[in-house]
Design a binder for this molecule. Structure first.
Ligand code: URA
Length: 279
C-alpha cells in the first residue's frame, strides 16, 4: 500500500501537483482577514501570508462525511505536502501542461466517447477565489469553456454584483467532460477527474473556494449533507476556506433563492474584508 501511495504521488508531482489538500471544517472567522483589499479593488493575493486558520473545529460544524474515497484517504495521509507559492508564469505553464493531459484523458470511457472536447478551466491563475461547478453542459462542451450557457450568464451577473470580473476568478468543474444528457456525474467519474481538480487547486492555490451546488460541495468536501445545510459557514480544503451555495441552474428554476446566494456572497466578501452593501 505504501509503495502504491508513493507511486501515485510521484505521478501527481509530474502532473504539477505540489501539495495535497486536507479537508477540515472550521468555524466562520469573526473578523475579516488582514491583507484583504477594499470593495472597489478586485481582491487579489495578499502580499503577506494569510492569518492562521482556527485550529479546533467544533463537532457541530462538521458536515456529515460520506464513506471516504480512496483519494480522500490518500489525501488524509499526505499531510506533509505544502502549497507552493508559484510565480505567475509557472502557474500558467503547469496549468497548460495539465490541460494537455486532460485533453487526452480516456479514464471515463463513456464521457471520452461522447464529448466534443474537454472543458478544463478558465480564469486568473493567481485568483484568490476559485469557483467549482458540476460539469460542462452542451454550451460548455461546444465552446470548451466552463459556465458559458444560461447558468454561466447568471454566474457572470453574480460576479459583477460582487464588483469583480470573470477574469478575476478561476472557474472549473468537478468534471471536465459533459455527461450525456446532462445527467449527474457518477462517483467514479468524479473520482477519475479528482486528480485534475486537485492539480488546478494546487497550482492556483486560492484563499477561497465557492462550491456552486450540491455536486461540487459533496464531491469536494466528501459530505452527504444537503446544500441548504452546508450554506452559511466556512469549511477548509487545504489552506482554502470553502463556501457552499446554490448552483446558478437552480437559481434559473427557483429565482426566489437568488437572495440566499446574495447573502452567501456578502458573507464570503465580508470574510475577505469587502462590504458588498457599501456604496
Ligand atoms: N453548469 C456547471 O456546473 N458547470 C458548467 O460549466 C456549466 C453549467
Amino acid at each position: 500500500m505504501h509503495r502504491e501511495v508513493i507511486q501515485e504521488l510521484e505521478s501527481w508531482r509530474r502532473a504539477g501537483v505540489a501539495w495535497v489538500p486536507r479537508i477540515e471544517p472550521v468555524l466562520p472567522a469573526a473578523a475579516p482577514s488582514p491583507g484583504a483589499k477594499t470593495a472597489t479593488t478586485p481582491p487579489d493575493r495578499p502580499a503577506s501570508p494569510p492569518a492562521p486558520l482556527p485550529a479546533a473545529p467544533q463537532e457541530t460544524d462538521m458536515p456529515k462525511k460520506a464513506t471516504p474515497s480512496p483519494l480522500t484517504l490518500l489525501a488524509d495521509r499526505c499531510t506533509t505536502f505544502q502549497p507552493l507559492e508559484l510565480a505567475r508564469p509557472d502557474r500558467e505553464s503547469r496549468l497548460a501542461a495539465l490541460k494537455e493531459r486532460v485533453a487526452a484523458c480516456q479514464r471515463c470511457s463513456e464521457l471520452a466517447r461522447t464529448r466534443t472536447q474537454t472543458v478544463f478551466g478558465v480564469g486568473n491563475p493567481e485568483a484568490r477565489i476559485v469557483f467549482i461547478g458540476e460539469a460542462p453542459g452542451a454550451d460548455e462542451d461546444a465552446k470548451g469553456e466552463p459556465f458559458v450557457g444560461r447558468a454561466g450568464q447568471l454566474l457572470n451577473d453574480i460576479i459583477k454584483a460582487c464588483r469583480l470580473q470573470r477574469e478575476d476568478i478561476y472557474i472549473c468543474n468537478i468534471l471536465r467532460c459533459r455527461p450525456p444528457g446532462n445527467r449527474l456525474p457518477s462517483f467514479a467519474e468524479a473520482e477519475n477527474c479528482r486528480e485534475y481538480l486537485d492539480g488546478q487547486l494546487a497550482i492556483v492555490n486560492p484563499d477561497y473556494i465557492v462550491c456552486w451546488g450540491s455536486c461540487a460541495a459533496k464531491n469536494l468536501l466528501g459530505t452527504e449533507e444537503a446544500i441548504g445545510k452546508l450554506r452559511g459557514k466556512f469549511y477548509t480544503y487545504g489552506r482554502a476556506r470553502v463556501l457552499c451555495t446554490y448552483h446558478p441552474s437552480y437559481l434559473l428554476r427557483n429565482p426566489a433563492a437568488k437572495k440566499d446566494v446574495w447573502e452567501d456572497m456578502k458573507f464570503l466578501f465580508k470574510e475577505m474584508g469587502v462590504d458588498l452593501t457599501a456604496k
